[in-house]
Design a protein around this ligand. Structure first.
Ligand SMILES: [Mn+2]
Length: 309
């Protein structure tokens, strides 16, 4: 609903920004990056957050797009067919990108290993490869691989990788509450945090061993970094001079790895980024006219009046 205008003039007429202001704002709202890396979408499972991914893809555009494995979950689909419209939309969106000139590369993972029989082929312009060496804008070379080949090396329950430090902090609080409750009920002391500490420690060890193993393999190949997925644990960190990048997943963390035009790698945590972009959009009125929050509209009008005088 349009608010009633108490002024005899249209405020918007006085708020026409310089053209570059509009462009800058548009750019912030629709970031374009050199390359997007996403993995572990798990299309075909109820856990797949396809709507969030579609929202991300509507906003972010790129020259190249790498699908780093577990895009379609063949394991789950074999057990139970689950394919809502949003999952079709994701596939359509990816194919449309190819048609619009974006280079799309698909590296199958373990959940979509059926696609590994098509290595070296292309589908609708999407190249299917097992692994690839990617050169960033600044010349750094990255080994791009899903990462499941390291499962044989690191034997550990995969679900443990989900558990992080934050959850551990929470359990400490929960533990205090449980202890007093148990004491009141006359039950013996039992430490939830100690029980979970062991589990979390194993989880952290798993993530660390995975990261180290992948980074060391990149080093062995004479590369500067690695880009992978698989463990659903988004991260960018230096491991003994090797830049380890994990693009996360679209089941829980909703993350993507992007490379900017200067070669900088950045993790996009979509829920947070979406909120920030919405805030920017809130400050932008339709037709690209920018209404700065900090400057009251009346002040602007006064400026304009003085300028005209
Ligand atoms: Mn995987």
């Amino acid at each position: 609903m349009k608010p009633s205008n108490p002024l005899p003039i249209d405020v918007h007429d006085f708020l026409q920004p310089a053209p570059e202001t509009v462009n800058a704002s548009e750019e912030t709202r629709k970031p374009k990056v050199r390359t997007i890396f996403i993995s572990d979408i798990h299309l075909g499972t109820p856990g797949c957050q396809a709507q969030a991914l579609l929202a991300f893809l509507r906003v972010y555009s790129s020259e190249q797009l790498y699908l780093v494995g577990d895009i379609i979950d063949g394991w789950q689909l074999r057990r139970r067919w689950h394919w809502p419209q949003a999952h079709n939309d994701v596939i359509q969106k990816l194919l449309r990108r190819v048609r619009k000139g974006c280079k799309v590369v698909y590296i199958p993972g373990n959940h979509d290993e059926f696609a590994r029989q098509f290595l070296g082929h292309s589908f609708g312009g999407i190249e299917v490869v097992d692994e690839v060496v990617y050169e960033a804008a600044d010349g750094r070379k990255f080994w791009v691989v899903h990462g499941d080949y390291f499962d044989g090396v690191i034997q550990c329950a995969k679900w443990l990788a989900y558990v992080g430090d934050n959850l551990y902090e929470l359990t400490l609080k929960l533990n205090r509450y449980l202890s007093s409750l148990r004491a009141r009920l006359g039950l013996p002391y039992w430490s939830l945090s100690r029980y979970l500490k062991h589990k979390v420690k194993t989880a952290v060890n798993y993530v660390t061993s995975f990261e180290r193993a992948v980074a060391m393999e990149a080093r062995r190949r004479g590369l500067g970094g690695v880009i992978c997925g698989h463990i659903h644990y988004a991260e960018i960190r230096d491991i003994d001079g090797i830049l380890y990048c994990n693009d996360g997943d679209w089941v829980e963390s909703l993350t993507a790895l992007v490379e900017h035009f200067d070669g900088t790698m950045e993790l996009i945590h979509w829920p947070q980024t979406e909120r920030e972009l919405e805030k920017i959009a809130m400050r932008t009125v339709p037709e690209g006219r920018v209404m700065p929050e900090t400057v009251p509209a009346t002040a602007k009008i006064k400026e304009k009046d003085e300028a005209l005088a």
